[in-house]
Unconditional design. Structure first.
Length: 434
């Protein structure tokens, strides 16, 4: 039975009746089968995207035997199948963690990469497993393919696992990894470095060297993740951003709002002017705002303002969708967006009306920096927002106590600019600052 469903999955043949019968007889099949047969079966279900509650329930029930008797490939296929179908299987992953030393010692880089990928995908922290990966990092990176290594470091970064030996080996083998890796593998490697704050000069230098191929062959998400990593670590990359500018039309047309937002955010963070890219963003503004979430919209508007790019269509769309935007946003996103409008001198009655409407929540939940930027934007554009400023006055003690001098100065300036009294703020400034 395992061989039959494996063959179907390998050839991409959907066979609903066959898989339905396997699901029906799952208890007997799992009880009587070898770990390899079971692993091949669940792999087939996952490969074809076929859900199978009874089958995976039986795998979970027999997890101790399957992991104890199975080889690293069997274990990897079992957990990979769970992660691919979104099946949480605590007993199975607990057994893998228990046998991690053998799994990593005997497994090849693909087995291990698939196993840690599964843990990260399901959010399963597995300290023993990742400790063994760190211990055997030299062999794994030396023998592994670029995709396998990329999946491994991606898993570390996703779970926040610092792995100095692993990333040191990636840096050592950077030339091969970039030269032989596809854009997704390269993107995952640099994304992982940036997420964990790992500076990897050789790796990033190789990406810069191969930027033309990377951007030409990569999809918008690959490229967005790559430039985000450079910006996050503050690494300039003229060739990479030049290629992004060259391919801007395709990247924006095919990209989703998140990939586009991350790309323009990276440009702005590194101070890279990219006129063709921002022109394409302006052209597709209606879709970007309509389909994008609040973070995408805020980051895009922030990037425009940071680089001084006027984008009337984009800001007009934000104004049009202001109610949804403010309702779905966190205070930081709102602060960055109104800051962008004010920075470029763009009036936005509906946006600021929504800010006023939600002022109590914004001030209560926002940081002093976010609140300062919000009232600064109001004052810069001459927007009187009585509820907002009243809430700021109400929470003055906390804002002054937790805010830095710049936050406080901005807030005081905003009150003065609009001719508003702020006795509570001034009292606490005198108490905590002077």
């Amino acid at each position: 039975m395992a061989n039959t469903v494996w063959a179907c999955a390998t050839l991409g043949v959907k066979s609903p009746n066959l898989f339905s019968q396997v699901e029906k007889h799952a208890e007997r099949l799992v009880t009587e089968s070898t770990p390899q047969a079971i692993a091949n079966t669940v792999w087939a279900f996952a490969k074809l995207g076929v859900e199978s509650p009874n089958l995976f329930s039986q795998v979970e029930k027999h997890a101790e035997r399957l992991v104890k008797e199975g080889n690293p490939l069997d274990m990897a296929n079992n957990v990979w199948a769970c992660a691919t179908l979104g099946v949480k299987s605590p007993n199975l992953f607990s057994q893998v963690e228990k046998h991690a030393e053998r799994l990593v010692k005997e497994g090849n880089p693909q087995n291990i990469a698939n196993t840690v990928w599964a843990c990260a995908t399901l959010g399963v922290k597995s300290p023993n497993l990742f400790s063994q990966v760190e211990k055997h990092a030299e062999r794994l990176v030396k023998e592994g393919k670029p995709q396998e290594i990329a999946n491994t470091v991606w898993a570390c970064a996703t779970l926040g696992v610092k792995s100095p030996n692993l990333f040191s080996q990636v840096e050592k083998h950077a030339e091969r990894l970039v030269k032989e890796g596809n854009p997704q593998a390269i993107a995952n490697n640099v994304w992982a470095c940036a997420t964990l704050g790992v500076k990897s000069p050789n790796l990033f230098s190789q990406v810069e060297k191969h930027a033309e191929r990377l951007v030409k062959e990569g999809n918008p998400q690959n490229i967005a993740n790559t430039v985000w990593a450079f910006a996050k670590l503050g690494v300039q990359s003229p060739n990479l951003f030049s290629q992004v500018e060259k391919h801007a039309k395709r990247l924006v047309k095919e990209g989703n709002p998140q990939s586009i937002a991350n790309t323009v955010w990276a440009c702005a963070t590194l101070g890279v002017k990219s006129p063709n890219l921002f022109s394409q963003v302006e052209k597709h503004a209606e879709r970007l705002v309509k389909e994008g979430d609040s973070q995408n919209i805020a980051n895009t508007a922030w990037a425009c303002a940071t680089l001084g790019v006027k984008s009337p269509n984009l800001f007009s769309q934000v104004e049009k969708h202001a109610e949804r935007f403010v309702t779905e946003s966190i205070p930081q996103e709102i602060a960055n967006t109104v800051w962008a409008f004010a920075k470029l001198g763009v009036e936005s009655p509906n946006l600021f009306l929504q800010v006023e409407k939600h002022a109590e929540w914004l001030v209560k939940k926002g940081t002093p920096h976010e609140i300062a930027n919000t009232v600064w934007a109001c004052a810069t554009l001459g927007v009187k927002s009585p509820n907002l400023f009243s809430q700021v006055e109400k929470h003055a003690e906390l804002l002054v106590k937790e805010g830095n001098p710049q936050n406080i100065a901005k807030t005081v300036w905003a009150f003065e600019k609009l001719g508003l009294d702020s006795p509570s703020i001034l009292m606490h400034v005198e108490k905590h600052v002077v």
